[in-house]
Design a protein around this ligand. Sequence first.
Ligand code: CTP
Ligand code: MG
Length: 230
Amino acid sequence: NNYWVIVPAAGSGKRMGADKPKQYLPLNGKSLIAHTLENVRQWPGVKGVVVAIAVDDTEFKTLHCAQDPRIHTVTGGAERADSVLAALNYLSERQPAQTPVLVHDAARPLVNTDDIQKLLAASPIALLAQPASDTVKQSRECEDKSIVQQTLPRAQIWLAQTPQKAPLGLLREVLQKGLQENPAAITDEASALELAGHSPELVAACRSNFKVTHPADLILAEALINYRAS
Ligand code: CTP
Ligand code: MG
């Protein structure tokens, strides 16, 4: 294994509604992004990490892990996909096109190393995902209400997580193309790969790999971090 990791961390955390981007909120005395990067740094076989940070970010360089020579930074963009593409552009000038890349959200501090191992052992194009546990309804709008259009067969529904894995050159090409042709449809790496005709493998992952998005997620993440440390 000789793969690189891209960590998009240039978002503003609107849904969290805090006074700073959620990646810099403290969890047990350390920022969310520090937890994520310390986790990423011990994944087996990781060669380097490119973190995409916001253009006005002044906090990243104050982190202890920012001193790690394996951690590089680039300036992110307006949407998550723009931030990932900036990191892919940086990496493609330095690494061969076939280098495996794992893209992992800064906001997922709790991914299990076992699940990383499973992802590394899966097809070259693959992602962690969670099989849906609730029944899933597709809706349509009807006189200012949402009503059920249909119930989707739950056995086929997965919720995409990260990391998402693909070769560097291919991922850069499909993301560039997807952003030109249908930016609204590109909400993760897999969606860009699918638009280009690929079929990423779904690797079932642990529920603890949720994305810290809303205020209650901070409480849950903190509890799980304490539990793992105990
Ligand atoms: N991200 C990024 N660049 C952006 C937007 C998001 O690098 N322009 C990153 C976030 O920092 C986060 C990951 O992508 O680590 C997943 O995005 P999300 O959870 O949506 O974070 P935010 O966009 O910051 O949150 P919100 O959508 O609530 O504003
Ligand atoms: Mg967002």
